[in-house]
Design a protein around this ligand. Structure first.
Ligand code: PLP
Length: 385
């Protein structure tokens, strides 16, 4: 399959299996099921009943690492594979002493799991920037970066309101102040171009279960300069040669696999290869353009219906989902789900996530279902309460 074919939403749309008749607008939470992941699962089960399952699984792991490295313009030796983004963040902080420079600068719009890892660092002090809904928090970061900062943690796109931050700008300021830069790209990877050199970050994490079209259970950590003190959270895959199984020897390779731990979730590994292969066939600039157009159209329509949406000040600072304000977003999502519109509720908003496969018909279905929900439930749009 070529970029030209998969870049057309209809081509990728045909590969969705679970949600073939639904509008799947929830990739900010969970990827839709695809033919490719279905086939990968069948392959994994077939491999399970043959000798050499672990060798095959390790090959898949290596393939996933390469595909991800290519996606973000990194070297494969800068990538570690871990079970989730929280552990990846923990590994990024591994070996930091938090003594003279003790500050971790982050935002209240950071995904909780990442912020909790920062809060749990012994000796570190977390400082919070604010990201106004609909206005990027870039300025707030720039105003608060000082030489006390050891680590500046930036979500590429915020998980709730879908605000895209100017990571490059923040990274340049952080580096000028002598701080390292960590990026949580879970809400960006797979749905917009993402290059670590363009971002200028020292660490980047993301997982495979959302826009990367795989399954939950696998995350990647990019480390610009792997090395330094070895992590204390480790396992047999973190060794220089894991296959020597030398129980008393705790060595660490110079590359990012030093941050890896134990046996990964095999299903997530196979699915990661399937999802990353699909993403690798996309022209992510076109995908970004497509999702921005759909978000603008959806926002306009929902606003005309009397709904309140949190939209960024300009298309550049909007992520790939639209946040509709609704205090009872879970109830609304359940109602919509029964009508074939799969959305992602979170903390007072209903998130409608766009991807390459999203069509105008999906948007029609979502807007019509929201209108029908208002009639049936006799509720008023969120911010009006
Ligand atoms: C921005 C962001 N980071 C991280 C996560 C998940 O972190 P973890 O893999 O540790 O559960 C999510 C969603 O689940 C997210 O939206």
């Amino acid at each position: 399959m070529t970029a030209a074919t998969l870049a057309r939403p209809a081509e990728l749309r045909q590969r969705l299996t679970g949600a073939a008749d639904s509008a799947h607008l929830a990739a900010c939470s969970i990827a839709p099921r695809t033919l490719d992941v279905d086939q990968a699962m069948t392959r994994m089960l077939d491999d399970l009943s043959r000798p050499g399952f672990w060798q095959e699984c390790e090959q898949q792991l290596t393939r996933a690492r390469h595909l991800f490295a290519r996606l973000i313009g990194a070297d494969v030796d800068q990538i570690a594979v871990l079970p989730n983004a929280s552990i990846a963040a923990h590994q990024a902080a591994a070996g930091r002493r938090w003594r003279r420079r003790r500050e971790i600068l982050t935002t209240r719009d950071e995904f909780p799991g990442i912020a909790h890892v920062w809060l749990a660092q012994p000796g570190a002090r977390v400082r919070w920037c604010t990201t106004q809904p609909g206005a990027p928090g870039t300025g707030s970061y720039l105003a608060q970066i000082t030489p006390r900062a050891a680590l500046v943690s930036v979500p590429a796109v915020t998980y709730r309101d879908s605000t895209r931050l100017d990571v490059r700008h923040i990274a340049d300021a952080a580096h000028d102040a002598g701080a390292a830069v960590f990026v949580d790209a879970y809400q960006a990877a797979g749905v917009m171009p993402l290059g670590v050199d363009a971002l200028g970050c020292d660490y980047l994490v993301t997982g495979t279960g959302k826009y990367l079209l795989g399954l939950p259970g696998l995350a990647f950590l990019y480390v610009r300069h792997p090395g330094g003190p070895p992590p204390t959270l480790t396992g047999w895959l973190g060794r220089t040669d894991p296959h020597r199984f030398l129980t008393p020897v705790l060595d660490s390779p110079p590359h990012a696999r030093r941050y890896e731990t134990g046996t990964p979730a095999a299903a997530a590994v196979y699915a990661a290869v399937a999802g990353l292969s699909l993403i690798g066939d996309l022209d992510l600039r076109q995908v970004r353009h497509h999702t921005q157009r759909l978000i603008a159209a959806t926002a306009k329509r929902l606003t005309a219906q009397g709904e309140f949406v949190r939209l960024a000040a300009d298309a550049e600072t909007q992520g790939a989902h639209l946040a509709l304000v609704e205090p009872h977003a879970e109830a609304m999502a359940a109602w919509l789900g029964h009508r074939g519109v799969i959305a992602a509720p979170r903390s007072g908003v209903l998130r409608l996530a766009m991807h390459a496969y999203t069509t105008n018909e999906d948007i029609d279905a979502a807007c019509e279902s929201v209108a029908a929900y208002r009639c049936r439930s006799r509720t008023r749009p969120g911010a009006a309460r």
